[in-house]
Design a protein around this ligand. Sequence first.
Ligand code: UGA
Length: 437
Amino acid sequence: MKISVIGCGYLGAVHAASMAKLGHTVVGIDVDSAKIAELKAGRAPFFEPGLPELLLAAQDTGNLSFSTDFQDAAEADVHFICVGTPQRVGENAADLTYVNAAFTSVAELAKEGSYLVGKSTVPVGTALRLQEEIRSTRDGITVVWNPEFLREGHAVKDTLHPDRLVYGVESGLESDAAVAVLDEVYAQTLSEGTPRLVVNFPTAELVKTAANSFLATKISFVNAMAELCELTGADVTSLADAIGRDDRIGRKFLNAGIGFGGGCLPKDIRAFNARAEELGADQALTFLREIDLINMRRRSRAVEVMREMLGGSLIGKNIAVLGTAFKPESDDVRDSPALSIAQQLQLQGATVKVTDPEAINNSRRRFPELSYVETVEEALAKADLVAVLTEWKQYRDLTPEDLAPHTRGRVIFDGRNVIDSKAFKAAGWTYQGVGRS
Ligand code: UGA
């Protein structure tokens, strides 16, 4: 099939390359000419394992091209809209400027009989509004909502081998013509036995926000338990292991730590809440505000704990921060708990040296006042305290022997509960994790 992908950020770039890998002829469109130049050269504009290889391979077959010109999308049978829906400045609601603009632009040039498939995360009600707006100006253009569940760091695998496909079609019926079209797009994925669910527009939109809200709730739940563990001498990791053995609960997304960040979970739960208020259902989602508060409290608590570990004051102390990305295998620092904690430590008087295997450039752009270094050794130099804030494998594997020759103190804060605490304690270090006595 001929496919266009509008918006080549995390979602769109991976989706375009993956659709080409599935055998379609794909053009990726973005207004950012620097990003398009990178993609054309087979380079991913962000760190995503496996994506550069996929981009090069797909472009070599001639199945994949990139352009800044919307007209290059005109011949496509299916247009995937993958633009961002950031949080509105000064508000909790989602900013739909890019989604609205993308749908309007594509609807003008799309050929009759083509499909506009939304993948962006949007407030419930958006798909129907867009379909009605388009219908008022043109015939023969069908809107479909096909939410995406990819995780950064696993984006290629999640796109090519998702655990489910959700098709939101206006009628909500299996017999809808749009279903056969998406079946053709995803023929290879479906042949692997991937379950697919046909639902109506609002269900498709809610599936996405509900999934992210549930994941955020799991994380904040275990972080709330961590608060209790800290007060009672219990151990949150053992608690998670024990409750996670129950299939109904499951162990995934029960890792206590400095909380969730990134470009999705934090803004999605806020936008969901804002939408519920508009719909007069704010009581139904009041708990999401609590989820957000628990999450934010992790950050201030981490700073407090480090202050206590350093004898009550951060002033004049050297702190080595290992990791600023919002999670490992990513260079994304949007709403990163690690970076926000690093900045707080600095603002409260510490001298903070920060390193990360992939996220230094993005971190520097966001918080230029921190001191960024390339290597762990440079970050550790004369440190009074070492803070492991993103669980990159190379940090998880660090031993007391690796650290001791460089640091001034023997104090380590483990913001992700991934360090070998026994080894550090045995070597005479003061160790503090999250939710562990
Ligand atoms: C999230 C969802 O997991 C995807 O399914 C979804 O498609 C995506 O948002 C999106 O809406 O586009 P992502 O933002 O890549 O994916 O990150 P996650 O893997 O969900 O992690 C989010 C945050 O939670 C990270 O900061 C991570 O460190 C934290 N986390 C995760 C914990 O603190 N504890 C855990 O047990 C798991």
